[in-house]
Design a protein around this ligand. Structure first.
Ligand code: NAD
Length: 304
């Protein structure tokens, strides 16, 4: 199979000074892309800043013959990051929303600052970067966006209600971008990765981390951001050599008369049907309520 290449394209990777972002940046740099290596350079809790993290990765890409430029803005300043791509390379083709921080604390002890900072970096940051890239994508009728969610967002995780909320927000955000971008060939997907990085090194033992190299997340991201891709609006779990797709499952559900007989007791009388997944649907949108309403009304023969 031919090598997937990105010659002449510009890829913006946020939070590319370490961990997963660094691995993406090095890959794209080696596959012919112009890379904007964005990183604020602070701690994993979002404190401080430094240009060093991005500069080291830019030097690494350049030393191997690649093309890269650093950007040290917070993702909350997405316009400046995309402007770095336009100013230096004249275009943007791929946006990888990857920058992230943690403020883990039990819900009981959560402070507004822990909540707000997580939302600002993950949700507002991804929004600001995508918002600034969007007019370019639409104009050139081409764009690829990756958002970085997390198992914590999909399933919940003790001590991470702020992070979980932000990460699931990115799923909804990206699903909508996928729908709005489709006719402009802007394809948007979400990944929930697992990889060794400074974020995970304090919570996982070294032998586990050894099997979770960030480099093993990169190939999926390359496939989803390549011009040959047609996948959009999807969610993938990826890490440690495993890639799987996630989707919604809806039970067939119960149908109730839409009249005064729809009481809490009536709900309970068909509770098993509500929870019965033996005839599942895999929806990509809300239930067809007009159809369901008609069916429900058929159950209420006394209605005019
Ligand atoms: P990491 O800490 O190594 O990388 C995150 C990078 O983002 C850092 O270099 C940091 O300086 C940068 N950053 C933080 N705030 C920023 C801001 N405001 N503006 C610009 N850059 C900023 O961690 P990682 O594990 O490589 O995480 C990458 C992404 O993957 C994050 O969004 C994280 O939430 C997500 N994620 C990681 C895992 C995992 O197992 N490592 C699991 C699920 C999700």
């Amino acid at each position: 199979m031919a090598e997937l290449r990105f010659d002449g394209q510009t890829v913006v990777v946020t939070g590319a000074g370490g961990g997963l972002g660094r691995a993406y940046a090095l890959f794209f740099g080696a596959r012919g892309a112009n890379v904007v290596v964005n990183d604020l350079g602070g701690s994993f809790k979002g404190e401080g800043k430094s240009s060093k993290a991005a500069d080291v990765v830019v030097d690494e890409i350049k030393s191997k013959g690649g093309k890269a430029v650093g950007n040290y803005d917070s993702v909350e300043n997405g316009e400046a990051i995309i402007e770095t791509a336009i100013k230096n390379f004249g275009r943007i083709d791929v946006l990888i929303n990857n920058a992230g921080i943690l403020r883990d604390v039990s819900f009981k002890n959560m402070k507004d600052q822990d909540w707000d900072l997580i939302m600002a970096v993950h949700v507002r940051g991804a929004y600001k970067c995508a918002r600034a890239a969007w007019p370019h994508f639409r104009k050139q009728k081409y764009g690829r966006v990756i958002s970085t969610a997390s198992a914590a967002g999909l399933f919940g995780s003790f001590g991470q209600c702020n992070y979980s909320a932000a990460k699931l927000a990115l799923v909804g955000f990206t699903e909508t971008l996928a729908k709005e971008g489709l006719k402009y060939n802007i394809l948007c997907n979400t990944i929930a990765p697992i990889a060794a990085s400074r974020m995970t090194q304090t919570v996982m033992p070294p032998d586990v981390l050894e099997n979770l190299k960030p480099e093993w997340v990169v190939p999926l991201v390359a496939v989803l951001t390549h011009k040959s891709n047609s996948e959009t609006g999807s969610i993938f779990e990826v890490g440690g050599g495993h890639i799987a797709k996630l989707r919604w499952e809806r039970s067939k559900g119960a149908l109730y008369k839409t009249d005064s007989s729809l009481t809490p007791g009536a709900v309970l009388s068909k509770w098993n049907e509500v929870n019965d997944f033996s005839q599942p649907e895999y929806p990509t949108g809300p239930a067809n309520f007009m159809e369901l309403l008609e069916e429900a009304q058929k159950l209420a023969p006394n209605k005019p």
